[in-house]
Design a protein around this ligand. Structure first.
Ligand code: FEO
Length: 169
């Protein structure tokens, strides 16, 4: 069944938001590398992969529904941060805005009674809960270590152990 055109447009906007997230996190990966925190940089590269997979999940969904993917331009990510904690506070704000857009998209799918869209978006709703919880945990750890160099070094090594994003999200 064809999708409501405004819902298709909203999915295309979400594809853009997920690719924009990937780009923001890639910028953060660069910042961490340039600030001698290779473990955090690796963590951000995995995040970049995950966001790309989120975008592609929606991309494939539109095609599976016989709809058109309309890729939109991305903007340059920010890039100046004062500390690892500052980076993760930006991540948290960013994820909260993504959660809002996913929730709005889900409401749109409810209002148009589009059941397949509701089901694919339920996966994203759960994913947002997990992502926000993960980021809050990292923020708490960063607050705990403060500016203690050896602790930041150990945390950086732990961050490096994040496994690559699974292929099927
Ligand atoms: Fe795809 Fe981090 O939201």
């Amino acid at each position: 069944m064809a999708m409501n055109q405004q819902l298709v447009d909203a999915f295309n906007a979400q594809i853009q938001a997920e690719f924009q997230s990937a780009y923001v996190y890639l910028g953060m990966a660069a910042w961490f590398t340039e600030n001698n925190l290779p473990g955090f940089a690796q963590w951000m590269r995995v995040q970049w992969e995950e966001e790309t997979q989120h975008a592609m999940k929606l991309f494939d969904f539109l095609h599976n529904r016989g709809e058109r993917v309309m890729l939109r331009p991305l903007s340059a990510p920010g890039g100046t941060y004062t500390s690892a904690l500052d980076v993760f506070e930006h991540v948290h704000q960013h994820e909260q805005s993504i959660t809002s857009s996913i929730n709005a998209l889900y409401e749109h799918a409810l209002n148009t009674k589009d059941l397949p869209s509701q089901i694919v978006l339920q996966w994203f709703i759960n994913e947002q809960v997990e992502e926000e919880a993960l980021v809050i945990e990292i923020i708490e750890r960063l607050k705990l270590v403060g500016s203690d160099g050896p602790s930041i070094y150990l945390l950086d090594r732990q961050m490096a152990t994040r496994p690559s994003a699974p292929q099927e999200a």
